[in-house]
Design a protein around this ligand. Structure first.
Ligand code: HEC
Length: 142
C-alpha cells in the first residue's frame, strides 16, 4: 500500500517535471524567435542588403555564383520557418498559420531548387515567393 502510494507520487512528480521542462523549452524557443518585422526587413526590406535584393542580383548573372545564391536561399528557408511561431499584428491565428506555413514552404522550395543549382527552378521558385506578399499583408499587416 505505502509502496503503491509512493509509486503514484513519484509518477506525479515525474510528469510535473516533464511538463515543467516542456514549458521551459517552449519559453526559451519563443525568446529566440525573431520578430515578424525583423524577418521581413532581413528578407524583403529595402536596399541592396535585403536577401531578396541579393538573390535577385545573383540570379541576374549569366552564370550565378551558387554559394551566394544558396547563402540567401538558406536565410529565406530558416527565417520564414520561424514566422508561424509569432503572433501577427492583425488577423486571427488560424489564418496566420496558413499564410506563414505557405510562405515557409515556398521558401523551402526555393532553397531546394538552389541546392540543385537549377537556374530555371530557382528563378521560378523565387517568382512564387515574390508573389506571396499581398495576400498575407492584406490579412495580417497593420
Ligand atoms: C506570412 C505572411 C507574410 C508574407 C508572405 C509577407 N509578409 Fe511582409 N509582413 C508581414 C507582416 C505581418 C508584417 C508586419 C510586421 C509588424 O509590423 O510587426 C510585414 C511587414 C513587412 C514590411 C515592413 C517591415 C518594417 O520595417 O516594418 C515589409 C517591407 C514587408 N513586409 C515586405 C514583404 C514582401 C516584399 C513580401 C513578399 C516578397 C512579404 N513581405 C511577404 C507578413 C508577411
Amino acid at each position: 500500500m505505502t509502496r503503491r502510494l509512493f509509486g503514484a507520487a513519484t509518477a506525479a512528480c515525474v510528469s510535473l517535471g516533464v511538463l515543467g521542462l516542456a514549458l521551459a523549452s517552449a519559453g526559451a524557443g519563443d525568446a529566440e524567435t525573431p520578430t515578424i518585422k525583423s524577418v521581413m526587413q532581413k528578407l524583403n526590406g529595402k536596399g541592396a542588403k535585403a536577401e531578396s535584393a541579393r538573390l535577385r542580383t545573383a540570379l541576374a548573372k549569366p552564370s550565378p555564383d551558387w554559394k551566394t545564391v544558396q547563402t540567401s536561399t538558406k536565410e529565406f528557408a530558416a527565417l520564414s520557418a520561424s514566422l508561424a511561431k509569432s503572433e501577427p499584428p492583425r488577423g486571427d491565428a488560424e489564418s496566420w498559420k496558413k499564410f506563414a506555413e505557405a510562405y515557409a514552404s515556398q521558401c523551402q522550395a526555393l532553397d531546394d531548387a538552389a541546392g540543385k543549382k537549377s537556374v530555371a527552378d530557382t528563378k521560378a521558385a523565387f517568382q512564387k515567393v515574390s508573389m506571396s506578399c499581398m495576400g498575407c499583408h492584406k490579412s495580417h499587416k497593420k
